[in-house]
Design a protein around this ligand. Structure first.
Ligand code: G3H
Ligand code: 13P
Ligand code: ZN
Length: 340
């Protein structure tokens, strides 16, 4: 089946009460790891690439790798999503490259760093929605700003500062009405990267009650949780046992994500956990077999370690077992859906 728009995956997830992991990629091994996990668990797939990923891998490589994933996994519905597009131009260049979904992150200005105004965010997001929906591509928007920083994208807010940029439920309602986004990313106290919380998060720093409130007001909107790596202790430990220096840190507990899924969260962004798994596996191989120098010797265990994480998330979020139940819809077909 061809790449599918994200909207059909999230609609199916909402109708059946599960969430879908959106997993970041930069290279072939990461795409393979996701596909291995999805095959094994019969999961629908959201692969996403940041601006940094597109620059690192080059759009042409990425496009052909995704076409290979589709060709090799004909039974799985796969969506290719632009993560944190900083402008309408970035989003539309992704559409030209065959992405079937884009995130217009107007919560920050075009520099990808400065928290923007509501008016700017709504206007640029609406513009992307109009252009993307005209060709059947799905759009995610964001209201509120996350902490942390991703490859130059992100306000670099500390956890404390991020608390001042939590999503305002009134604004969330207004934003959905103003933009008609397919999915809405909300800021609830998470941040990108490994250093999210200095202790296991409780309700004062991880505002799951805010998700519940937003879902009450927008029951038909697919919510997105960014910065949702769980930063498992065992992945930190492997890195540190083999010469790494990860300071003790805490991520978003799986049970809190599951609570989100019970309250309208349909897309869960995970990158850091996979980065940790890959790094730990490579460090271990280098430490235990310092004589090895064939990249396959360390990329294979790295790929397997990432596939393990992906599989665990697919099972925990409930997407496992659902690939076969989703009727594939092309972007072309989605054009009619949006016209209605
Ligand atoms: O957006 C979140 C991902 O972790 C992407 O990170 O911008 O470093 O590729 P990146
Ligand atoms: P993590 O850094 O928690 O994996 O978040 C990734 C993310 O939100 C990508 O958009
Ligand atoms: Zn993000």
């Amino acid at each position: 089946m061809p790449l599918v728009p994200m909207r059909i995956l999230l609609d199916h997830a909402a109708a059946n009460g599960y969430g879908v992991a959106a997993l970041n990629v930069n290279n072939m091994e990461q795409i393979q790891a996701i596909m291995m996990a999805a095959q094994e668990t019969d999961s629908p797939v959201i692969v996403q690439a940041s601006r940094g990923a597109r620059k690192y891998s080059n759009d042409a490589y990425l496009r052909h790798l995704m076409l290979a994933a589709v060709e090799l996994n004909p039974s799985l519905p796969i969506c290719m999503h632009q993560d944190h597009g900083n402008s309408a131009a970035t989003c539309m260049s992704a559409v030209e490259q065959g992405f079937t979904s884009v995130m217009m992150d107007g919560s920050l200005g075009e520099d990808g760093k400065t928290p923007s105004t509501y008016e700017y965010n709504a206007e640029v997001t609406r513009k992307v929605v109009d252009a993307a929906h005209a060709v059947g591509v799905s759009v995610e928007g964001e209201i509120g700003a996350l902490g942390g920083i991703e490859d130059g994208h992100g306000a670099g807010l500390s956890q404390a500062e991020a608390m001042a940029h939590l999503t305002d439920p009134d604004q969330a309602e207004q934003f959905v009405a103003d933009t008609a986004v397919d999915a809405l990313a909300v800021a609830i106290g998470t941040s990108h990267g490994a250093y999210k919380f200095s202790r296991k998060p409780t309700g004062d720093v991880l505002k799951m009650d805010l998700i519940e409130e937003i879902h009450r007001r927008l029951p038909n909107t697919h919510l997105v949780m960014h910065g949702s790596s769980s930063v498992p202790q065992h992945l930190q430990d492997v890195i540190n046992a083999f010469g790494g220096a990860i300071k003790q840190t805490y991520g978003v507990p799986i049970e809190e994500i599951q609570r989100g899924i019970r309250n309208g969260v349909r897309k869960i962004n995970v990158d850091t956990d996979n980065r940790l798994a890959i790094t730990g596996a490579i460090r271990k191989l280098f430490a235990e077999s310092p004589e090895k120098f064939d990249p396959r010797d360390y990329l294979k265990p790295a790929r397997e370690a990432m596939a393990e994480v992906c599989k665990a998330r697919m099972l925990a979020f409930g997407q496992a077992g659902n690939a076969g139940n989703i009727k594939p819809v092309t972007c072309k077909k989605m054009v009619d859906f949006y016209k209605k």
